[in-house]
Design a protein around this ligand. Structure first.
Ligand code: ACO
Length: 393
């Protein structure tokens, strides 16, 4: 059915799915996660409870929450093929997002192939990807990977596998608040990619790999690293205005600002700013938090001046950078850590798409040439020699 709307650049405003998972109100700056306001639930819920909420449309009873924690802990061990791949990716010094995308493809290698949408894949992906990121990071730093600790929850275990040190409750809470805040967000680019893939009745691993690819880009999940670099480059509050003016005058985008949907401050920025403030009050460099707040205020003011009418406000990535830095994560792991949270949302959307959706197949408007005619022998055939190839034993 064509509703006569015609081509819409960037699909802006096009409704391509119905979902019970999250509602984004860009005009009022509101994010609802399965019925709960993000400000209410993200700072207090365990991450496993949020996953259960998205996957089952209700919060878990105590026994169900305990069961989810056990299942995730059981699936954290990585298959040998994943370990080999991570070693090779670390030796090749690939960015962590590349390593994550590669390893996602072998996380289901020990699962039966007869049912490509076996629910164990959902758990295996969610449990193994953080273990893979942590192991990869240590390998890339010349360190030995740390085995998972089944006694620790999902967030705590990730921090433990990165450092080898059991994290403080404040750090675990900070990371859980982050993971909960970004777990799902309407039909963002990576979630849409996951839905498009699963809608062909492909498999969950393929959907997650496609979503990882979409998330990697700086216009989506790749912004927090550059946002933090910007704060560090500014260094002192009195340098902020000149630095930001120079970037905007050069036509550059300020990372961590602007959003397709939000025309007011992203509500996730509020939650993460509060979490960062709580963390930096006891743990970390408080002056960095103060500097970031000054940079934010200056950037919003200058964006209004340079891009009048665009309503460019702080997005989730700005305080993501600050919070994850405060938790001790290197900026190379900001986007992978975002992916670890969003994996739960991608899986929930993919399940919803499988249950209720149709093949996603929009139309295109042809704007190319017409009337061209094929002319035989127009291109001479070149002779190319290929190197011989042997599969290593
Ligand atoms: N800094 C400077 N100018 C900006 C910014 C920015 N951060 N964001 C948008 N603009 C400008 C554009 O240059 C454009 O100006 P013009 O019309 O004069 O050419 C105008 O605002 C509209 O920009 P679009 O790209 O059409 O807006 P869109 O809705 O497609 O983009 C996006 C949204 C990609 C997030 C954009 O705001 C951006 O690039 N922000 C910086 C990157 C970033 O922070 N990404 C993370 C987003 S949150 C997330 O995905 C989890």
């Amino acid at each position: 059915m064509n509703n006569g709307q015609g081509y819409v650049s960037g699909l802006e405003g096009v409704v391509a799915a119905q979902t019970r998972l999250s509602h984004v109100d860009g005009a009022h700056g509101e994010l609802i996660l399965a019925g709960y306001r993000v400000e209410e639930i993200a700072p207090v819920a365990p991450f496993e409870a949020m996953v259960f909420l998205l996957w089952h449309d209700r919060l878990p009873a105590a026994a169900e929450l305990a069961q989810m924690r056990v299942e995730l802990a059981q699936w954290r061990m990585l298959p040998t093929a994943a370990c080999d791949l991570l070693r090779a990716a670390a030796a090749a010094q690939r960015p962590a997002m590349d390593a994550l995308r590669m390893v996602a493809g072998v996380c289901d290698i020990d699962l039966p192939t007869d049912d490509s949408n076996d629910r164990r894949r959902d758990i295996a992906l969610l449990a193994r990807l953080p273990a893979a990121v942590a192991a990869y990071w240590r390998l890339s730093q010349g360190k030995t990977p740390i085995p998972p600790d089944p006694a620790l929850g999902h967030a705590a275990n990730y921090l433990y596998m990165l450092t080898g040190v059991a994290p403080t409750p404040a750090r675990v809470r900070g990371l859980e608040t982050y993971l909960n805040t970004v777990i799902d967000h309407g039909l963002n680019a990576s979630t849409f990619a996951a839905r498009v893939i699963i809608a062909t009745q492909s498999d969950m691993t393929s959907a997650v790999i496609g979503a990882l690819g979409a998330l990697k880009g700086p216009l989506h999940g790749g912004a927090p690293g550059p946002a933090l670099e910007m704060v560090f480059a500014i260094g002192k509050a009195e340098h902020a205005e000149a630095y930001l003016r120079a970037r905007l005058a050069a036509g550059e985008r300020l990372m961590g600002f602007g959003h397709r949907i939000y025309k007011v401050r992203d509500p996730r920025a509020e939650v993460l700013a509060a979490a960062a403030e709580a963390l930096y009050a006891t743990d970390g460099d408080r002056s960095l938090f103060e500097l970031a707040k000054h940079v934010e205020a200056t950037a919003v003011r200058l964006l209004a001046e340079y891009k009048p009418g665009r309503a460019l406000q702080t997005n989730v990535e700005f305080y993501t950078a600050l919070l994850l830095h405060g938790l001790g994560l290197p900026s190379a792991l900001f986007t992978p850590t975002f992916a670890l949270a969003r994996t739960a949302g991608w899986i929930a959307h993919a399940r919803e798409q499988l249950a209720n959706g149709r093949l996603l197949r929009p139309a295109s408007e042809y704007v190319g040439a017409t009337g061209r005619r094929w002319q035989a022998n127009a291109t001479p055939t070149q002779l190319i020699s290929f190197p011989s190839w042997q599969f290593p034993s």
